[in-house]
Structure formats: structure tokens, C-alpha cells
Design a protein around this ligand. Structure first.
Ligand SMILES: [Zn+2]
Length: 277
């Protein structure tokens, strides 16, 4: 057997093992793995050899699953986050831990403020804004905007409609502070500059860069939001094929999705560096 064949066999073993070993409840194993399509060995090598199987189904892309029982997700240790109970895909988490250690060497502490949010979690965020229970970033209540399209657009400056968030995928994290201003001076700027220089080494890209001619659509700039490109770029490509505005239903204001073209403008409206080359 050639060296290359051995490497390929070992990688295949690792992919299958790492998938099955994280299933906690054997009774549900068949059901859980049914939706998980194995990444090809060629893909695994192409994307760095450390990517777990990627489920490209609409259910996965829309966050219609529970991260705490999903085979490729794991709980984030409290030392990396500002609160307990958050989850990430294991491949993303491994890459984050390496980046976190490297940043610490440069006296920079990366803190996860938000990670995986499934459909129901995002529905809570969206509906609290839609109903005026939560005040929007602009300091107003959404209920002060009567036109439903404009109300949705105002919420969409910083929040996703349920079913269309990258936070569903387990690949995206919000770091340190939900404020662009924080990252523009002092320690925040130092942290941002470090990430801008080094995050790509660990596979992380920034989807919501400044809006300009290259990124005319989508959410406002978010200097805190980073994404594990080896997986998220593939899920974004899958979303382009399978996710439709008509599927975005089941929450207040969902009927605005088609008018606004949420999939085209918001899901796909990201920095080119976060897309598949
Ligand atoms: Zn985010």
C-alpha cells in the first residue's frame, strides 16, 4: 500500500470514527446519522483534513436540530466563553482552541459571546424584536415601524430571520463584544488587528465586513462575528442550492422573507473571503 493510500485510509477511518464516537445515545444513532453525508476524502484533504462530516440538508442549514444531541457538536468549555451551555461543531471548536492559544501568547484573550443558535433560539431573538419586547440597536422599538417590510428590514440590520442565520451551522462565533466601537480603540482594536492578521491561519473569515460596492447587500458590518470557513463555505454553497425564501416560515413577520429576498441578499450577502473559491 502506498503512503498516500495509507493516509487516505486513515483519514476515512478518522472521519467515520469521529462521527460515530460522538453519538451518545445508540438508540438514536441511525436516525441522527441518516442526514449526515460523509465528506469525500478528496474534500477532506482539500479543506485541511480536519473537517467532520457536513450535513447539507435544508433541516441542518435552517437550524432545525438540537446541538446538544447532534453527533458533530460539543459543549464549549467555560474558559473560552462568557457563559455556560453554548455549543460548536467539534471541527470549528478545535480550530478555535488553537487560535485562542495563539492569541493568548500575544496577550489577547478571545471570549466567545455567542455560538450555535438553532431555529427556535433565533425565533426567540427575532420575535422579541418584532413584538417590541426588545429594543433595536437603533434605540427604537420595531413596533414603531408600521410597514411590515420596513420593520423586518430594520431588525435585519443586525439580526437574522430564523432559518437564515449562519449561527445555525455551528461554524460561526461572536467574539468579545457586540459593538463595532469596542474594536476601534484600545484593547479591542488590538484584538481586532490580531484577528485580521491571524484568524485566516486557523480557518476563520469575517462574513460581515464593511458594506460597499463589493458587499452591497446584507447585514451591517459586525467586527465581532467570525466563521470557520472550511465548513461554512460549503454550507453557504449548499444553501445557494437548497434554501428558498418560501421555506422561511414559522415566526412573526416571516411572510416578508420573499419580498426582501432574504436568501439572496442576507444569506449570500457576505464577504467574498467567506465563500468557496
Ligand atoms: Zn454573529
Amino acid at each position: 500500500m502506498s503512503v498516500l493510500s495509507k493516509i487516505l485510509s486513515f483519514l476515512t477511518f478518522l472521519i467515520i470514527y469521529s462521527c460515530s464516537s460522538q453519538v451518545n445515545d445508540p438508540g438514536d444513532k441511525d436516525q441522527r446519522t441518516a442526514n449526515v453525508s460523509l465528506l469525500s476524502v478528496e474534500d477532506t484533504l482539500k479543506y485541511g483534513g480536519d473537517t467532520l462530516p457536513i450535513d447539507r440538508s435544508v433541516q441542518y442549514i435552517m437550524g432545525r436540530f438540537e446541538p446538544d444531541t447532534h453527533p458533530v457538536f460539543e459543549l464549549i468549555e467555560s474558559k473560552y466563553a462568557d457563559r455556560a451551555g453554548m455549543y460548536l461543531r467539534s471541527d470549528t471548536y478545535e480550530a478555535f482552541k488553537k487560535m485562542h492559544a495563539a492569541a493568548l501568547q500575544d496577550s489577547i484573550e478571545l471570549v466567545i459571546r455567542s455560538a450555535t443558535r438553532n431555529f427556535n433560539y433565533q425565533k426567540g431573538i427575532w420575535e422579541r424584536k418584532w413584538s417590541g419586547e426588545t429594543t433595536l440597536e437603533a434605540g427604537i422599538k420595531a413596533t414603531s415601524i408600521e410597514n411590515p417590510t420596513n420593520r423586518a428590514l430594520e431588525i435585519l440590520r443586525y439580526s437574522s430571520m430564523p432559518g437564515s442565520s449562519r449561527h445555525h451551522w455551528g461554524t460561526d462565533i461572536d467574539l468579545n463584544a457586540f459593538s463595532n466601537a469596542f474594536f476601534e480603540q484600545g484593547q479591542g482594536l488590538k484584538l481586532f488587528n490580531w484577528l485580521t492578521t491571524h484568524a485566516s491561519t486557523y480557518g476563520f473569515c469575517r462574513p460581515y465586513t464593511e458594506k460597499n460596492a463589493e458587499r452591497p447587500d446584507g447585514y451591517q458590518e459586525e467586527k465581532w462575528h467570525w466563521s470557520y470557513w472550511p465548513v461554512s463555505s460549503q454550507l453557504l454553497a449548499a444553501a445557494e442550492n437548497v434554501l428558498k425564501d418560501s421555506m422561511i416560515t414559522g415566526f412573526m413577520g416571516a411572510d416578508q422573507a420573499a419580498e426582501i429576498k432574504v436568501v439572496e441578499k442576507y444569506v449570500q450577502g457576505v464577504n467574498m473571503q467567506c465563500k468557496l473559491n
